[in-house]
Design a protein around this ligand. Sequence first.
Ligand code: KIV
Ligand code: ZN
Length: 390
Amino acid sequence: MNRKIIVLDTTLRDGEQVPGAKLNTQQKVEFAQQLKRLNVDIIEAGFPASSAGDFQAVQEIVRTVGDSVSVTALARAVKSDIESVYESIKLAQNPFIHIVLGTSNIHVEKKFSRSKDAVMQMGVDAVKFAKTLLPEVQYSTEDASRSEFEYLWQTIEAVVKAGATIINVPDTVGYAVPEEFGELIRKINDRLKNLNDKVVLSVHCHNDLGLATANTLAAIKNGAEKVECTINGLGERAGNTSLEEVVMGLKVRENYFNCHTQIQLKEILRTSRLLTHLTGLDVQVNKAITGENAFAHSSGIHQDGLLKDKNVYEIMSPEEVGAESMELILTARSGRHAFRNAVEKIGFDTSNPNDFEELFAKFLQLADAKKEVYDHDVFYLVTEHRKIDQ
Ligand code: KIV
Ligand code: ZN
């Protein structure tokens, strides 16, 4: 059976924790709308207890896209955090509360200075409280990959009995390696299915050793049903699992994984570019799928092979991830319609008429000077224009 993998995007929570990636509410809403077009299953919209601004942004995201996308937000295992999450997401169509609590010795000892049993009880109490508010509760065993397996399992068993409906296994510090992480997921999955086969098994990996995508794919191969990722791999330190890499990994190697997602592949590049624009954080040029060179072939031998048959050096086509919309060549004769189309195709909003007219005037000046205007020219034109106006 070809399994559907649930995709949770946490760009607006884990991604937004990155220094320099702070977005205002309007920007978060714009990005959430694009995530809806990308067709992610779940948006993790923020950490509402962290600030009034975050709380308000989560509410706005729910108001804008919560009727068609499931929304969650993060809480520590404390009542006030859980209440904040509930209050901010309760109007979404399929909301759920996400609780995180550490299971590794180092977390239990250094963060909580309590006994392991007491920490586990905190988790159970938090789940029981969350269940009085919403039927769906996700529990993340923070630092799972560095936890003692029996304590990790006892915690999972206890929180599932308390009502958790999704168990998320994070490789919080990017310590895992694929074979070992896959084995961990297989062991948890075997036990979990015996305990309660309705509980969804999820993974959340970080990229400190550059292994986040590999670990996530190994987890899927071993039974994970849901993955947490971010666009461009944005996230704490070296980042999170990159959504586009996992999704295209499953697509290109579908015969191997026998899994699929509901992601609209053609929206991938647009989503990546929008995030770059909103955060100002560039994607490395050789980044898989979304880097500028991801589909560029420069060596003569490769070009020769490609001319004979593009499958010689291409395992996926740039068009599949939305690149054809980038191949626009505008001139001074291109009218407003073509220009608007070009701006929107790379993910920018054109709904403000005055702003659009100013942009169009700048485009005409550029087209006069440069003759041919490419997608990257349009991208810089808009980002420069918005910078000046801020
Ligand atoms: O990295 C982590 O452990 C997290 C949890 C909140 C899932 O971000
Ligand atoms: Zn994380």
